[in-house]
Design a binder for this molecule. Sequence first.
Ligand code: NDP
Ligand code: GDR
Length: 362
Amino acid sequence: MPKSALITGITGQDGAYLAEFLLEKGYTVHGVKRRASSFNTQRIDHLYEDPHVENRRFILHYGDLTDATNLIRIIQEVQPDEIYNLAAQSHVHVSFESPEYTANADALGTLRLLESIRILGLEKKTRFYQASTSELYGLVQEVPQTEKTPFYPRSPYACAKLYAYWITVNYREAYGIYGCNGILFNHESPLRGETFVTRKITRALARIYLGLQDCLYLGNLNALRDWGHARDYVEMQWLMLQQEAPDDYVIATGEQHSVREFVQTAARELGMAIAFEGEGVDERGVNLANGKTVVSVDPRYFRPTEVETLLGDPSKGKAKLGWSPKVGFEELVREMVRADLEEAKKEELCLRAGFAVNTPQE
Ligand code: NDP
Ligand code: GDR
């Protein structure tokens, strides 16, 4: 029998890559999408199947992690072999502005799904993946971070995800649910949301390169992250649910770069030489070719409490699941820059043809 999976957060970056991956593996894929006043399925539109077609393998359901009865109904209908809980208010900075909503969706949302499995008597059938995060380490207690490194969350987002982490462990131990935490370090792609720092950088530099934007405003340029490619990481999410016994795993590349380095690498890819502090200019980034400031630090992007440095040790996942990331840092940046350059070119064409384009920036 082909397996069925239910993905919450299917319209997000990881949801799109995971849906594609599972469809290729022969799964029937169900996804939970939120009702919005405009279309929010751009990342998965290429997978769409007309509801009038018989034997569809890609099916979307309206739902929300804050709505327990809705989740119970969807899970009852679908009877999934696997649930991937990717839905979340996933922006760390935004969580300081919406802490209660973040806790409701990210912490209680996870509880609602686990309780649904229990209420419906699916403990032995349905395997559960929880999208845990390197943000749990926050103020890091050990370098690099492993599955055993103590947590010290530094944002409402991370505190909510801490609850989700432990409730997954608890339901595994209390009720025998096959539940796993993937402690994923930052992973990016051309599908990354536009307000996360990597995508913000590649999108802005591509537009600056074509003269569509003057300056990129960023916050902490010194933050250090372990950045991988989302496509590599969704494979691990699946692998975790295919083992004999459930467990928690760190997923990371084991390599660290600063936000500043990300900017420099993206600029190099575009052939723009940028100088920063310590290279003859202050904190700003200056285009060496024309002396113009292309990067400025704006304190509005600083966080009340920052996570300064993250570096993962993926040894356990490599040894037990035989996984290693395929895409390195330079290749990741290149893919993102190229995709955003194509987007910027389309925008330039529209402008030249006299069509006004509204391009929001944050
Ligand atoms: P995105 O922000 O791209 O996607 C989040 C998804 O969750 C979207 O589909 C969004 O829907 C949906 N969502 C948000 N709130 C709700 C809600 N209340 N009910 C139902 N759906 C909701 O995140 P990513 O794909 O990058 O990340 C996937 C998961 O992995 C998240 O849980 C994130 O916290 C976690 N994570 C991500 C990492 C990363 O580096 N990308 C690293 C570690 C963990 P909509 O499209 O309508 O907004
Ligand atoms: P993060 O990702 O907080 O690590 O959470 P983000 O890309 O938002 O920030 C990374 C680092 O860059 C610094 N930074 C900026 N960040 C943003 N967004 N915008 C800026 O202008 C800017 N300037 C500097 C930040 O301060 C931070 O240090 C991501 C999310 O996907 C989470 O859901 C996930 O759990 C973690 O990764 C692992």
